[in-house]
Design a binder for this molecule. Structure first.
Ligand code: CMP
Length: 141
């Protein structure tokens, strides 16, 4: 089925000037970027996005990292988009990411891991709505 998923290009990858290369991987895999914007997150916006991790030991560092520089948030649309994006990203920990994945090529640690992608249809709906108004999403049909 055609799905939408939220992708974030994190501050480490933006800092490496890799926005275009990462977006190209999505497009080459057949996903369309139907919404995109660059944002500087603050503690409240980043903390709210990762609210489900609030009790985890890495939460404070995660919010600190996600506010350390600009991010690019995008909505990707396409057949099986949620799983396809997760395959393109590779494992959360870049040491475990398959060769040729975004995290294998651009991430340096489990914190600075280049990209985020929704992990389920429920997360995708919530995460897309967290960053985008319906009017900001531009499907091309
Ligand atoms: P992301 O997909 O953005 O979701 C939560 C993030 O927390 C994850 O990517 C990692 O960058 C970060 N993180 C740090 N430590 C861990 C951990 N032990 N397990 C999972 N995520 C972690």
């Amino acid at each position: 089925a055609v799905e939408r998923t939220l992708s974030i290009i994190k501050p480490d990858a933006v800092g490496k000037n890799a926005i275009g290369e990462i977006m190209a991987r999505f497009e080459k895999a057949g996903l369309q970027i139907v919404a995109a914007k660059m944002l500087q997150l603050d503690d409240a916006k980043a903390g709210g996005f990762y609210a489900e991790h609030k009790e985890r030991p890495f939460y404070k560092d995660l919010v600190g990292f996600m506010t350390s520089g600009p991010v690019v948030v995008q909505v990707l649309e396409g057949e099986n988009a949620i799983l396809k994006n997760r395959e393109l990203m590779g494992a959360t920990n870049p040491k475990e990411a398959d060769a040729g994945t975004i995290r294998a090529d651009f991430a340096s640690s489990i914190d600075a891991n280049a990209v985020h992608g929704s992990d389920s249809a429920e997360s995708a709906a919530r995460e897309i709505a967290y960053f985008f108004e319906t009017s900001e999403i531009c499907p091309r049909g």
